[in-house]
Design a protein around this ligand. Structure first.
Ligand SMILES: [Zn+2]
Length: 63
């Protein structure tokens, strides 16, 4: 019997999925400011237009 098959009442360990924060391609910074968003592109993904502290602008695609 594996952990996942234990009867109800036992605490299940949930799988952890890590989401990395987007980084600036120019300086590697994470302090980004969104100035435009496209919340849903129809397939559940989102697009952000961001501006880094260093002045670099780029897009972030959230799948
Ligand atoms: Zn930067």
């Amino acid at each position: 019997m594996t952990i996942q098959e234990k009867p109800a009442g036992c605490r299940r360990r949930l799988t952890t999925v890590t989401v990395e924060r987007p980084r600036c391609p120019a300086c590697g910074g994470v302090k980004l400011r969104k100035y435009r968003t496209l919340a849903d592109q129809g397939d559940g993904s989102a697009l952000w237009w961001v501006r880094c502290q260093c002045g670099r602008r780029f897009r972030v695609l959230l799948e």
